[in-house]
Design a protein around this ligand. Structure first.
Ligand code: MTE
Ligand code: MO
Length: 415
């Protein structure tokens, strides 16, 4: 069902077992050892020996769950200016499609709904008939940081690593929509992908989200067929995915097969109810909020990470060392980056680059030194161009734990 390409070794077998929930016999086969207490292993718990073994084409990711498969990137592995495919997090709501060469060769993207001329485009059509663009675009899961919400919110307990900024190549969604001709009635998109609902029921959708037409027509919203100059990894949406940068990652449909133009807000799977929505007005932590009092998340908030040094590092007191990382701000630009070595009592301005293109990560660096032997933390916080700054603790609590842009901290020991 969700077989991965290149199935030839034991580790791939283990992954296949994980995907298919094939159970403990497959775990034992993959480990090459009996698992005497396998009958007690709770469902959904992956033997560590296999979890460490990782995922095809991925390196060092922390697996949060296997059905659906979700894996985040330890922050120090995000140190690259352009996230490599191996370090790109994975967020699945369902089961990735099984892709044969034939399925990829015959891939079509349909554009329908409120358009003058419905289109059916092959990968070659997209490559040959439209201007190709290459952009560095950040994608952050709406639930990144959920782990730090109090009271806790249900869902994947992402820490800081459900974010990436890679170099994507593809075509502007706006160019494709202009080719189809938007009717005046078109106000929202609805996205569909080839993955399966967790139940395996082909009638059900894992996720189908959309964006207002203004966001769809924005020149950085693209249909991508390549990542860092190569095919997109299967787990990140091969052979075609949407990227609506700066908005919750869920707007960036993977394994893209169809975009339908709607004459109203899209109401696909995970567009309604409490999914990817936050209270219209702030609520006290723990409050239950009626669906009618929730609004769809659009731009993600200002945020940053410290990618070096790695938390727990040992440095020599008095020596100068570099701290660095990245910052981003949804639809906005990051205007300033500050770091502190004294638990936020004083702050030093870091050097911050401009984005190479809108929606690209901005990179920051600061030279630091610690006055004497002891325990320190580096705290880092970004401010956007409208004066909004990352909070030291959780921002507005919301029922599903979205948009947690609290600042990142690392531990440092001075010898
Ligand atoms: N078809 C499809 N597209 C999807 C998803 C999915 O489950 N199925 N997950 C979404 C969510 S919630 C996020 S955060 C991003 C994650 O992208 P990545 O897995 O490539 O990092 O993909 C989005 N696109
Ligand atoms: Mo997400």
């Amino acid at each position: 069902m969700s077989d991965l390409p290149g199935a030839s070794n034991a580790s791939t077998l283990s992954r296949r077992a994980l995907f298919q929930g094939a159970g403990t016999a497959a775990f034992a086969a993959a480990l090459g050892l009996p698992v005497p207490f396998a009958r007690f292993l709770p469902e959904g718990i992956i033997p560590l020996a296999l979890a460490q073994d990782g995922l095809d084409g991925k390196e060092g990711l922390t697996i949060l769950g296997d059905r659906p498969l979700n894996a985040e990137t330890p922050v120090h592995l995000l140190d690259e200016n352009i996230t490599s495919a191996a370090h790109m997090f994975v967020r699945n709501n369902g089961l990735p499609p099984s892709l044969t060469d034939e399925a990829v060769a015959n891939w079509t993207l349909s554009i329908d709904g409120e358009v003058e001329r419905p289109l059916s485009l092959s990968l070659d059509d997209l490559r040959n008939d439209f201007q190709q663009v290459t952009l560095q675009l950040q994608i952050e899961c709406g639930g990144n940081g959920r782990k730090f919400m109090t009271p806790a919110a249900r869902g994947n307990q992402w820490t800081f690593g459900a974010v990436s900024c890679a170099e994507w190549t593809g075509v502007r969604l706006g160019d494709v929509l202009n080719r189809a001709g938007l009717k005046r009635s078109a106000v929202y998109t609805g996205h569909y992908g080839a993955d399966l609902h967790l139940s395996g029921d082909p009638e059900k959708r894992a996720i189908s989200r959309g964006v207002p037409v203004e966001k769809a027509m924005e020149p950085h919203t693209i249909i991508a067929h390549a990542l860092n100059g190569a095919d997109i990894p299967l787990l990140n949406g091969h052979p075609l995915r949407l990227i609506a940068p700066g908005w919750p990652g869920s707007c960036s449909q993977k394994w893209l097969t169809r975009i339908t133009l709607r004459d109203r807000e899209h109401d696909g799977e995970k567009m309604t109810g409490q999914s990817y929505r936050v209270p219209k007005n702030p609520v006290a932590p723990g409050t239950e909020v009626a669906d009618a009092d929730m609004k769809i998340i659009e731009s993600m908030p200002v945020k940053s990470i410290i990618t070096a040094p790695q938390t727990g590092v040992r440095v020599t007191a008095g020596d100068i060392f570099e701290a660095r990382g990245h910052a981003w701000a949804g639809d906005n630009e990051v205007a300033a980056m500050d770091v502190s070595i004294d638990f936020g009592a004083t702050w030093t301005r870091a050097t911050l680059t401009r984005p190479v293109n809108r929606y690209a990560w901005q990179h920051w660096r600061a030279e630091l030194s610690l006055p004497q032997h002891g325990y320190y933390e580096i705290w880092a916080r970004a401010s956007d161009d409208e004066g909004r700054m990352q909070p030291a603790t959780q921002p507005g609590w919301n029922p599903r734990g979205y948009l947690n842009n609290l600042m990142h901290r690392i531990a440092v020991f001075a010898l």
